[in-house]
Write a protein that binds this ligand. Structure first.
Ligand SMILES: NC(=O)c1ccc[n+]([C@@H]2O[C@H](COP(=O)([O-])OP(=O)(O)OC[C@H]3O[C@@H](n4cnc5c(N)ncnc54)[C@H](O)[C@@H]3O)[C@@H](O)[C@H]2O)c1
Length: 439
């Protein structure tokens, strides 16, 4: 089926706005500057290095770079901005985050020092372990949203930017359950005027972006754009949205391993995940209310992949536990342990131990970049609302009403690749392959 929604060209400058300019945001920004200077390579980013097959397998050299198949915005023409409650510029914040080596940061000091965060919409009630003075003052949550919209317009003009996307890289807020105020655009807007407690700062930024038709992704597990009101607004304004929570360390491993066990009909009795990390994110998550938001996001993954109700004998009694421990000496260099108790032929028990010595922000940075560039592509392709094909990047992927989210990373990749083929007007690939053998 030929596709009629070809993407418009990626002209001019693309602005990537990041609420929350901490470890992940500064590692992304510094990384893009380093890559553009030829100092480093964009490992982990599909928009920069990912290849995709187009056409049949009996043709040689039909693997092309994704960025050659569809018009992904060129990295050289990207400008970064954002908000934070600390007024450190990006160079200072990156030094503080201690993710990238000083030798690399010093080479980028001039351009990074020029990027200064705008004043944040912040309320300590939602992130209890943080306190900062670089914050806006307004009466209602709607006034705050309008202030963010004014910031965006001004920033766009000052930086001579043609299009903007927003990716939330701010702290994880306290756990808030979806409620009546999140149901419709009208109830959300009324709630913002009345300072409803279930509207957190992250939702105010999301509202501002989506109201302006700006693509929005959420890298934290806060509700943010994952409520019916925001989906309705996104459809009205033509904004593509994707949430929530970057899929990086332990959950990335989980969504790689679990589909494999299920594919081989191996049983799982228990899966215990724990980790230590010592960055600011770890300090925020040390508060039980903030951890609860993360815990809910992390726990849903196995349930959806293994479907214990449909596979009672294999996964019906599975015990799944997730812990995060704040341990300052480790900084951003997280260590995640998984103990997996599996069952094989005749119910014989086996164990698998995973010890992932990872780097949180190094894993997250390419995801920020890809989400931003793919959301911009979606917008230029006339796609709006939930972008399920970007589930690939997210721990708690947002799905349409009545749909099960897809957590299996291999299915997520197929969906992403087929979406790119669809945008490019190429045939979709379903991996049946019978036509090679049965004429
Ligand atoms: N690094 C990963 O692997 C990973 C994976 C999944 C999700 N995340 C999430 O990404 C987010 C960023 O992680 P990080 O390691 O960069 O944390 P960080 O603490 O280094 O940075 C977050 C920044 O957000 C700022 N902030 C908080 N509330 C804000 C607000 N209302 N407005 C503007 N700024 C605000 C903080 O001041 C801080 O500078 C966290 O929510 C984290 O849980 C990270």
């Amino acid at each position: 089926m030929a596709n009629k929604m070809k993407a418009t060209p990626a002209k001019g400058k693309l602005g990537i706005l990041l609420p929350g300019m901490g470890a992940v945001a500064t590692t992304t920004i510094a990384g893009v500057h380093a890559i553009n200077k030829g100092l480093a390579s964009p490992i982990g980013s599909l928009t920069q290095m990912g290849k995709i097959r187009v056409g049949k397998r009996n043709k040689k050299s039909n693997k092309v770079l994704m960025k050659d198949l569809v018009p992904i915005h060129n990295l050289k023409n990207v400008v970064f901005g954002g908000w934070d409650l600390f007024k450190d510029n990006v160079y200072e914040a990156a030094v503080h985050a201690e993710v990238l080596e000083p030798a690399l940061l010093n080479k980028l000091k001039a351009p990074l020092s020029k990027i200064k965060p705008m004043k944040a919409v912040f309320d300590k009630k939602y992130v209890k372990r943080l306190e900062g003075s670089h914050v806006k003052k307004a009466k209602t949550k709607m006034d705050y949203a309008q202030a963010v919209m004014r910031d965006i317009r001004k920033w766009k003009k000052d930086n001579k930017v043609d299009r903007v996307v927003m990716v939330w890289c701010g702290s994880t807020e306290i756990y808030i359950k979806e409620s009546a105020v999140h149901k419709t655009v009208a109830s959300l807007e009324a709630g913002m005027r009345k300072n409803h407690k279930d509207i957190a700062p992250s939702m105010i930024y999301a509202y501002a972006a989506v109201k302006m038709g700006i693509p929005y992704a959420n890298g934290a597990p806060n509700l943010s754009c994952d409520v019916p009101a925001m989906v309705e607004l996104a459809k009205q304004t033509g904004a593509p949205i994707a949430g929530k929570d970057f899929k990086t360390g332990q959950t990335l491993m989980k969504t790689i391993l679990a589909p494999g066990f299920k594919a081989r009909a191996l049983g799982i009795e228990g899966w215990f995940s724990t980790n230590i990390l010592g960055n600011r994110d770890g300090a925020v998550l040390d508060d039980p209310d903030n951890f609860k938001t993360k815990e809910v996001s992390k726990l849903g993954v196995l349930e959806q992949i293994l479907e214990p109700k449909e596979n009672k004998e294999l996964y019906g009694d599975m015990y799944h536990k997730v812990r995060i421990n704040y341990y300052p000496p480790r900084g951003d260099a997280k260590e995640g342990w998984d103990n997996i108790d599996i069952r094989g032929w005749l119910n014989y028990p086996m164990q698998i131990k995973v010890d992932f010595l990872c780097r949180d922000s190094i894993l997250a940075a390419p995801l920020v970049l890809d989400l931003a560039l793919f959301l911009d592509l979606a917008k230029r392709s006339g796609m709006s609302g939930i972008q399920e094909w970007l589930s690939f990047y997210l721990k708690s992927p947002q799905a349409g009403k009545g749909l099960q989210p897809q957590h299996d990373i291999f299915k997520q990749l197929q969906k992403l690749e087929n979406t790119l083929r669809h945008i490019a007007g190429e045939d979709l690939i379903n991996h049946l392959g019978l036509d090679y053998y049965q004429k």
